[in-house]
Ligand binder design. Sequence first.
Ligand SMILES: NC(=O)c1ccc[n+]([C@@H]2O[C@H](COP(=O)([O-])OP(=O)(O)OC[C@H]3O[C@@H](n4cnc5c(N)ncnc54)[C@H](OP(=O)(O)O)[C@@H]3O)[C@@H](O)[C@H]2O)c1
Length: 324
Amino acid sequence: MLKTDKIMVTGHTGMVGSAFVSLLKRKGYTKVITSSSKFLDLRNQSAAEEFIKINKPDTIFHFAARVGGIKANAEYPAVFLYDNLAIQTNVIHSAFKCGINNLLFLAGSCVYPRESVQPMKEEYLLNGPLEPTNEAYALAKIAGIKMCQFYRRQYGVNFISLISTNAYGIGDNFNLESSHVVPALIAKFYRALAQNKPEVKIWGTGKPVREFIYVDDLAYACFYVMKNKQLFKKYDYLNVGTGKGVSIKELSEIIKKNIGYGGNILYDISRPDGFPVKILDIKRILELGWKPKITLKSGLEKTCRWFMGEGIKRTEGNNIIKKR
Ligand SMILES: NC(=O)c1ccc[n+]([C@@H]2O[C@H](COP(=O)([O-])OP(=O)(O)OC[C@H]3O[C@@H](n4cnc5c(N)ncnc54)[C@H](OP(=O)(O)O)[C@@H]3O)[C@@H](O)[C@H]2O)c1
């Protein structure tokens, strides 16, 4: 991937896409092609193909997706399945039709079976039933991984997928109705602080262990994989994460401290915990030379600081399911 290459980034307004575009700019890439969903709805097949045909990028980083937390996923499974299947199918197939040889597709760790052995290795994909609350999203993402794998196998193109653990950071979605766990906790503690509430209630026992990657580390992993594509030739998809878990209780305490909230945390044990541990096995990507640089402590510090300034303004008026 040369600095003079044309690089197309879908989903550049989102958390991962915006971190990725900033990284490309820092690295001196000047021909970065983007378009927001207002001007290019990637669910529209002919529009997606036309855009790729006209711009003819050398490489596509495909991040655009319908993304949401447990609540949105559980309430709108049809939207999550249709939007994601349509967006990724249009981008991947149009890339192939237009002769684009390099494409990176990003999926999440929910593609692994609900009761996977831990840590989750790449070969556990399709080994068992999925977590029902985000089944639709996971099914679409599995189809995307397989589509890249099959296009690679049948047509010899360099289409590769990364399966990332939960990402967090600047530009995340902090709407309590649709957010993932880290931004939801940040927003909850901030709201309790602002409203002077004596306690914050958290679902479950706080014991489940989860893994989180700071968005800049994920962005760099995407860049690294494409930049060193010869190293990754033998893999169709790879895990990316930190390989380290943290309990929801520890995570909550760190966020509480960063927000400056002095009240109590109540664990609502009437709510389900979910699977006790979920961590990715990242041996393969580590062996190929990438490693995460940002600790959870410093990533959370940055994110909380950003949220208490710019983030709060952005959260206003955020809807669960944006009308498109
Ligand atoms: N966040 C995580 O924890 C995580 C973990 C693993 C993998 N991933 C993957 O990383 C990618 C980015 O996630 P994110 O957290 O950055 O999501 P995000 O902040 O919600 O951003 C989603 C992006 O997709 C675009 N998009 C959605 N529907 C579109 C459509 N119909 N046409 C064109 N663009 C559309 C949005 O554009 P507009 O703003 O213009 O609507 C936005 O730029 C996704 O593929 C996700 O599956 C995320």
